[in-house]
Design a protein around this ligand. Structure first.
Ligand SMILES: N[C@H](CCC[C@H](N)C(=O)O)C(=O)O
Length: 277
């Protein structure tokens, strides 16, 4: 089986194209292949599949074997793959995902290869029960949550997959490995949750570090960056366009007031191709 290793700001994926559907036992395959010592090593396993509604369909399996509804960095990697490997020559394509339906994607090509990608990530979902959380409010903003005797305040945003954004004094040095896993599985989040710790530097720039559901501490999270921007606007902390700076690099996020869609712009890179017996 052929695969291609790609990443978006260090959030890395094993990409497999050419299958008609997910193989049986894909959860166990993802766990095995994503293992950084006994496998290829990645944050997730991504399939490019045929779609009846879009040019391509993307399915993403986290390194713990759980399937996610959406993945911002992976959709940029998939978009780069299909252009660079000549599955399309269009620079505007559509990709179908479980969590956001058919998404428009713009490819910025430099010297014949995709350099950056601008993705329409769709409309954020803010109703508490739809994110989902156990909080039945139209918007869950700065809501208290206690874990191991410490109280945090979170804002809940779904981009098709669930996120809770928490503002801290120093996100870059925050103890992500202690608090991330505790919040990921908190009973307030029925389908677990991706946890973003953010520090707003000014109205156009936010530091953010992420503990991902099903993958742990990744270098970047595209949907998490979108959730962070939406949360920061809801909390009156940033404008509707801002840079979200992650450990692996920066993403430019816009929450358009006219169409209520969130747009994410960032890079995608191919590392190598391989084959598995
Ligand atoms: N771990 C996430 C999926 C990957 C999202 C992230 N890698 C991104 O770039 O959006 C979840 O279970 O919802």
């Amino acid at each position: 089986m052929k695969f291609t290793k790609l990443h978006g700001l260090g959030n890395d994926f094993i990409v497999i194209a050419g299958e008609k559907e997910l193989p049986a036992g894909v959860d166990q395959l993802a766990i095995r292949l994503c293992n950084r010592f006994f496998g290829i090593g990645a944050d997730g396993l991504v399939y490019i599949l045929p779609s009846e509604k879009a040019d391509f369909k993307m399915r993403i399996i986290n390194s713990d074997g759980s399937e996610a509804e959406q993945c911002g960095n992976a959709i940029r990697c998939v978009s780069k793959y299909v252009y660079d490997h000549k599955l399309t020559d269009a620079t505007e394509i559509t990709v179908e995902t479980l969590g956001a339906g058919v998404q428009k994607v713009q490819l910025n090509v430099q010297e014949g290869k995709v350099a950056t990608v601008r993705v329409d990530m769709g409309q954020p979902i803010l109703q508490g029960l739809e994110v989902p959380t156990t909080v039945d409010e139209a918007k869950v903003i700065n809501h208290p949550i206690e874990v191991d005797g410490r109280e945090f305040r979170f804002t809940a945003v779904s981009m098709g997959n669930p996120h809770c954004v928490i503002y801290v004094d120093d996100a870059v040095n925050f103890d992500l490995a202690v608090w991330g896993p505790k919040l990921e599985v908190h009973p307030m989040f029925p389908r677990k949750i991706n946890v973003e710790f953010a520090t707003v530097k000014n109205r156009a720039f936010t530091d953010m570090r992420v503990w991902e559901r099903g993958a742990g501490p990744t270098l970047a999270c595209g949907t998490g960056a979108c959730a962070t921007l939406v949360s920061s606007v809801l909390n009156g902390l940033t404008d509707r366009q801002a840079t979200v700076s992650l450990k692996g690099g920066d993403l430019f996020i816009e929450w358009n007031e006219e169409d209520n869609h969130v747009y994410m712009t960032g890079p995608a890179e191919e590392v190598y191709q391989g084959t598995l017996d």
